[in-house]
Ligand binder design. Structure first.
Ligand SMILES: N[C@@H](CCC(=O)N[C@@H](CS)C(=O)NCC(=O)O)C(=O)O
Length: 216
């Protein structure tokens, strides 16, 4: 079987990389990881060795190269159907895709003002920036709706773990970092995601990253 390699950015900061990492870990497939430290003079050259877009994450599977976190997750869902990375029922899958792509292409204020800084705990003026409260309110309402309508069978947004959970995992870390309160109905989901073995492993690696001090 072809080897799987996931190229990721610094684990403390690369929200885009965390998503396919969680999805790939969920498939149970063995994979190699290449970590490119972000924001160094060598970053662009190192990423260019792997990525046609000049960005991480990138997945290599034999001769196949897939870039962009959503494309990678879709590729994994197709390649490893037994992992059930999307809900099985078509209407639920459509909902999960909508939730996922809303995160992929939206929430600009949140991205700009509350960047992922996984291991930090801080308050920032960004919390009051225009659009941030609206993004937070929309995310919490959206996720509460998923849990209420589809979360009966398990602790994740659609019961079992899916790509939607992977896409909102970086949001959980943002809320924790910046002290954004979770609605009570979302705390068990938050804890389920933070308790995933892959999430724990990623967080531990982020804690050990050498370039961390430059951001504090
Ligand atoms: N839409 C892309 C965005 C990827 C992205 O922006 N990655 C950042 C790191 S989190 C990157 O590679 N930046 C290049 C750099 O820092 O030089 C995806 O979903 O994968």
């Amino acid at each position: 079987m072809s080897e799987l390699t996931l190229v990721v950015g610094s684990k403390n900061f690369s929200s885009w990389s965390l998503r396919p990492y969680l999805a790939l870990a969920h498939t149970g497939q063995p994979f190699r990881e290449v970590l490119v430290p972000l924001d160094t003079p060598e970053t662009a050259a190192l990423i260019a060795m792997h990525s046609p877009s000049g960005r991480v994450p990138v997945l290599k599977h034999g001769d196949t190269v897939v870039w962009d976190s959503l494309s990678i997750c879709e590729y994994l869902a197709e390649s490893f159907p037994a992992a059930k990375l999307w809900p099985e029922a078509s209407p639920v899958r459509a909902m999960a895709r909508s939730v996922t792509t809303e995160m992929h292409s939206g929430f600009q204020a949140l991205r700009t003002h509350l960047p992922m800084d996984l291991t930090a705990r801080k308050t920032v003026p960004g919390l009051d920036a225009p659009g941030v409260h609206a993004d937070i309110a929309r995310i919490q309402a959206l996720l509460s709706g998923c849990r209420e309508r589809h979360g009966k069978a398990g602790p994740f947004l659609f019961g079992d773990f899916s790509i939607a959970d992977a896409f909102y995992a970086p949001v959980i870390t943002r809320f924790v970092t910046y002290g954004v309160p979770f609605r009570p109905e979302l705390t068990s989901w938050r804890d389920a995601v933070l308790g995933l073995p892959a999430m724990i492993k990623w967080t531990e690696a982020a804690q050990g990253e050498p370039q961390l001090a430059r951001y504090r």
